[in-house]
Design a binder for this molecule. Structure first.
Ligand code: NDP
Length: 302
């Protein structure tokens, strides 16, 4: 019963050391597999070419927080994603930065600054800014707590809705949720149900002058709809960490529009040691028949 490591060379020595310390069987890459029957789990971003080579494979572990880049697993193979407090804290920090930037009109002031223009604009209290968080999972809930602590008027959207620390809307109540989102933050997983969810219709339900903060996945956002909403003045600005495609081509309008700030998918990066510790917890759970941390429901896609 071993974990096959199929990820980047930079992570390898850290994983190797932590697995050795825990006396957990570890295979450092496909070239080191002597008996494919020993492989019960594979940690990867992209899959090895031929999973059928591993007759006892029980689980594939994504080394990132999402699994949208991976296909459905063969029957009998579970899928899990990395849970790491570091990833969640990093995304929280990026979202806080972006929210404060839009709350305090930084795209406008940066643009004015480039032209040497000293011009003031009215400033709002955080309590007068309604923030809507799409996706109230591990990261969304963390962001909601931090923004509430700063005094923002926060609500969230999840598939199921229900009761939470902030008002929670269900998918069926999306229109009402959008209508109260002066700043809309997308922290959804990419699934068939959420692909293209930031489109002309949904952006149209936002209050006039709203801002968009997007750290989910590029394919959530229809960029032409964003452009239309910005050009009509319906949206004021957007800060995006994820785009479609990635990398974003140098001549793409998103790079060159002063109302848009793009960062190259750096809201979070998985810390190698945290990822390895999570993989160790997954292997322990597999062996003991316990609940797998980060197990993905493959039918719903997250
Ligand atoms: P979770 O799985 O913990 O939470 C997902 C949330 O989305 C849940 O609240 C879920 O609702 C909600 N949701 C799913 N589908 C829908 C839908 N159709 N309508 C409304 N709500 C829906 O995910 P995490 O918080 O850990 O991560 C969220 C995403 O953040 C990741 O999938 C990834 O795309 C992105 N991410 C981006 C990073 C970056 O560097 N930019 C880094 C890490 C993550 P319910 O509670 O009802 O299940």
């Amino acid at each position: 019963m071993a974990l096959l490591f199929h990820s980047t060379a930079a992570r390898l020595p850290i994983w190797q050391a932590l697995f050795a310390q825990a006396a957990e069987p570890f295979i450092a890459g496909e070239q080191f597999v002597t008996d494919p029957a020993e492989v019960t789990a594979i940690a990867c971003w992209t899959l090895p070419d031929d999973l059928s080579r591993y007759p006892n494979l029980r689980l594939v572990l994504s080394v990132g927080a999402g699994v949208d880049h991976l296909p459905l697993m063969p029957p009998g193979v579970a899928l899990a994603r990395t849970l790491a407090p570091g990833i969640e804290a990093m995304v929280r920090d990026w979202v806080m930065m972006a929210t404060l930037m839009l709350h305090r009109d930084m795209p406008v002031f940066l643009d004015q600054g480039r032209a040497g223009i000293w011009r003031t604009h009215p400033v709002r209290l955080a309590s007068n800014r309604r923030v809507g968080i799409m996706g109230m999972g591990r990261i969304g809930a963390l962001v909601a707590g931090s923004l509430s602590a700063l005094g923002f008027d926060v609500a969230g959207l999840s598939r199921s809705g229900g009761v939470g620390a902030v008002p929670l809307f269900a998918t069926s109540e999306m229109e009402a949720f959008l209508a109260r989102s002066d700043l809309l933050i997308c922290l959804l997983p990419l699934t068939p149900a959420t692909q293209g969810i930031l489109n002309a219709e949904t952006l149209g339900h936002l209050p006039a002058g709203a801002g968009l903060i997007h750290a989910g996945r590029g394919a959530h956002l229809e960029t032409q709809a964003l452009r239309g909403a910005l050009d009509r003045g319906h949206l004021s600005a957007a800060i995006l960490d994820v785009t479609d495609p990635e990398p974003l081509p140098q001549d793409h309008w998103l790079w060159h529009d002063p109302r848009v700030v793009v960062t190259p998918h750096i809201a979070a990066q998985t810390d190698a040691a945290e990822g390895a510790r999570h993989a160790l917890a997954v292997m322990r759970a597999l062996r003991e028949g316990a609940a797998i941390p980060g197990l993905v429901d493959q039918a719903r896609g997250y």
